[in-house]
Design a binder for this molecule. Structure first.
Ligand code: 5AD
Ligand code: SF4
Length: 358
């Protein structure tokens, strides 16, 4: 059986590297095996999380991201509560099952209390039915606890690269961007009770296949519940843009991302793996390809067209002129034409304690 050729026990660092570099025929077997693995351990459904881009204000200055605080071309915004609740209401009526509240990293009591209040309201207006994921950067253990008590139960905080030296290369050395602090936050999130999600960018300048293999082993060793990863994409107003001649071609970055999804599914059959929007930038059906390679979560954007342009972490963000309704119909249509089932009104969390197979 093909699956046996890709058993988790056989996927050590060396084998992972060789599969990331393998020919297309081998990769196609790998992706098929991962799709089957998802079907067996998680079922065929894709779960939807409606994405609220709550605020693009950010205190960080990540060298790859269009929202970095040094980028003065961005019009900064924060949605008011009514707008957030309108988008959340749309998610609820649409059967999305969960929402993700995402923002740049922000500190201060006003912001952290506003998020707590919003989480409480979301729980109220949905009778506790909507799952709530937060993705609002590094915070104190106390803030993470408060948000959890308010009702958020998942948190996304990408490690961006698990290789410490690469992390230092893509972040400024200004005392604000610490690899150790990031890891500490992931532990704090776990201690606070969240389902913890992390992830990396794929195809960064200076990144090797060995780094990517180590990223996968990092997810396994951290025993995370969710992973969102996708290709690194250029943004012309960022320092990393000047290294664009060092990155793999768009086709290669997409292919590497799909292989990463497939390998992760085989290593951690029970976790949630996102088919990310960044994959859609490189191919109109990039996300569906990720689903066939083992992903099982998608995050349809619900932001108004008036603000989508203000939340461009990379160039060529898709659907800039679409509203939540159009995004919804496109997502459903794309999944449906590919014969992919949707988990309507479901959270789709994995309950299994030990999520990896070793
Ligand atoms: N290309 C791809 N992903 C990016 N992110 C930020 N900038 C880029 C980029 N240029 C991702 C990071 C971050 C998430 C919010 O977006 O992984 O954690
Ligand atoms: Fe801010 Fe996140 Fe962009 Fe870094 S990646 S600049 S923390 S929005």
């Amino acid at each position: 059986m093909v699956t046996d050729c890709f058993s988790p026990e056989s996927l050590d660092r060396e084998r992972i590297v060789s599969l990331l570099e393998a020919d297309d025929d081998t990769a196609s077997l790998l992706k098929k095996a991962a799709g089957r693995c998802r079907d067996i351990h998680r079922g065929p459904k894709v779960y939807l999380r409606g994405l609220v881009e709550y605020s693009n204000i950010c205190v960080k200055d990540c060298l790859y991201c269009g929202l970095r605080c040094s980028n003065k071309d961005v019009h900064r915004y924060e949605l008011d509560d009514a707008k957030v609740l309108e988008e959340v209401g749309f998610a609820y009526r649409s059967g999305y099952g969960s929402v993700v509240i995402q923002s740049g990293e922000r500190t201060g009591r006003r912001f952290t209390s506003a998020v707590s209040a919003l989480v409480r309201r979301i729980k109220e207006i949905s009778d506790g039915r909507l799952g709530i994921t937060l993705s609002c950067g590094e915070q104190s253990a106390e803030v993470y606890r408060k948000w959890f008590e308010a009702g958020a139960h998942r948190y996304l905080l990408r490690i961006e690269s698990s290789r410490r030296s690469l992390y230092s290369m893509i972040h400024p050395q200004d005392g604000m961007h610490s690899y150790d602090r990031r890891i500490e936050c992931l532990h704090m999130l776990r201690d606070a009770g969240y389902k913890v999600g992390t992830g990396v960018m794929i195809g960064l300048p200076f990144q090797t296949a060995e780094d990517l293999a180590d990223d996968l082993l990092f997810f396994r060793d951290m025993d995370v519940d969710m992973v969102g990863m996708g290709p690194y994409l250029e943004h012309d107003r960022t320092p990393l843009y000047s290294y664009r001649n060092l990155i793999p071609s768009p086709e290669r970055r997409l292919e590497l991302s799909l292989r990463m999804v497939a390998l992760l599914r085989l290593l951690m059959p029970h976790i949630n793996i996102a088919a990310t929007t960044a994959m859609q930038v490189l191919h109109p059906y990039g996300r569906e390809m990720a689903v066939f390679a083992g992903a099982n979560v998608m995050m349809p954007n619900m932001t108004d067209p008036s603000n989508r342009g203000n939340y461009q972490i990379y160039n060529n963000k898709p659907g800039l002129n679409d509203d939540a309704e159009i995004t919804r119909s496109k997502v459903i249509e794309n999944l449906t034409v590919h014969g992919i089932e949707i988990g309507w009104n479901e959270w789709g969390d994995s309950d299994r304690k030990d999520k990896s197979v070793r």
